[in-house]
Design a protein around this ligand. Structure first.
Ligand code: SF4
Length: 208
């Protein structure tokens, strides 16, 4: 698997999170907004939103309909507004206004699932975590690293394959690779560094 890590390092030496944030809490809000939405759109919304609302207390106090209006363009705005308000209340009431840094506490927050918790641990707290989003799941399957549609099983398998210290970086490398190269539709296989090992391209070429 060293070969795979080295190819990702060649493509993305220092991958970073593309969401704009200054605090763990702002990152948490941005990650909640990013579900089914582009990072670019989320950044447009949060660049404005965080000028006036950037602490959990602010989101506890903001009326639900006002928050819905502010985040409307991110899609699924009703569910996202509810999730942001509930998680803010949890953080204020149970964690003294601070985003917790461990997996169990993070996933105990209303509106925070496994993927979001892993992103927060890896990005905001620089811990070892491997979040599996739609890009990581697709790339892992195409490369033949996993054979599952279940993100949790994918995460477990990837964690067994790759050393712990590589997890956080690998997550971003796979996200960027999936977003810009190994796209869901029309992946750029001709210029791909992984063409020699890619299970997906072998199967698809045989069908042609
Ligand atoms: S060869 Fe194509 S499908 Fe395979 S990893 Fe590369 S871009 Fe993705």
């Amino acid at each position: 698997m060293k070969k795979i890590l080295s190819k990702f390092d060649t493509m993305f030496k220092n991958p970073t999170c593309e969401l704009h944030y200054k605090t763990p809490f702002q990152l948490l809000v941005a990650v909640i907004l990013s579900a089914q939405c582009t990072d670019k759109r989320v950044n447009l919304v949060t660049d404005e939103l965080f000028k006036t609302h950037n602490k959990p207390e602010d989101f506890v106090l903001i009326p639900l309909d006002e928050l819905e209006e502010k985040i409307h363009s991110c899609g699924f705005y009703r569910n996202k507004a509810k999730a942001i308000k509930s998680t803010s209340l949890d953080i204020v009431e149970r964690f003294d206004g601070k985003v917790p840094s461990n997996f169990d506490d993070l996933t105990s927050l209303a509106g925070v699932g496994r993927k979001t918790a892993n992103v927060i641990i890896a990005e905001a707290f620089k811990g070892d975590a491997l979040a599996v989003d739609t890009h990581v799941l697709r790339v892992s399957n195409r490369l033949g690293l996993v054979d599952t549609k279940d993100p949790n099983k994918c995460e477990d398998k990837l964690k067994k394959i790759f050393p712990k210290k590589s997890w956080s970086k690998l997550h971003y490398q796979m996200v960027l690779f999936g977003r810009y190269h190994c796209k869901a539709i029309k992946p750029q296989c001709k210029e791909c560094l992984f063409a020699d090992i890619c299970k997906w391209t072998k199967t698809n070429n045989k069908k042609k």
